[in-house]
Unconditional design. Structure first.
Length: 123
């Protein structure tokens, strides 16, 4: 599924990887700025590793989103994030981050419902 919201062209794309997920979060000039891999830990939380490309600022957002998706879905999740808008102001950046979070959580709702339906069908 892909959700796009303008004016920044923000999008969240999901790819199923077996029972796990890859979520691509982009906007403006799409690129890879950071990748975060989160997986369920034995204590019920999530363990996360992040790789950020030099000069990019998506590491914190990628970690936050991967943690949220792993905790919500109980699956291994990779979030690849890259959002770039030339000359964005601090206020525009805050708006883009808020919009990205909203899009991402809407996508998690869809994925959660899909998981619940599959569990129900297989029981």
């Amino acid at each position: 599924m892909m959700v796009i919201r303008n004016p920044y062209g923000l999008s969240v794309r999901t790819i199923a990887a077996g029972e796990d997920y890859v979520l691509l979060v982009t906007g403006g000039q799409a690129h890879i700025g950071a990748a975060a891999v989160a997986y369920p830990s034995e204590d019920g939380g999530a363990r996360t590793q992040v790789i950020g490309l030099p000069g990019h600022k998506e590491e914190e957002l990628a970690r936050e989103l991967a943690d949220a998706a792993c905790s919500r879905l109980g699956k291994a999740v990779t979030v690849i994030a890259g959002i770039h808008i030339d000359h964005a102001t601090p206020a525009e950046i805050r708006t883009m981050v808020a919009e990205t979070r909203a899009l991402f959580h809407a996508e998690l709702e869809v994925l959660t419902k899909r998981q619940e339906e599959e569990t129900w069908r297989n029981s």
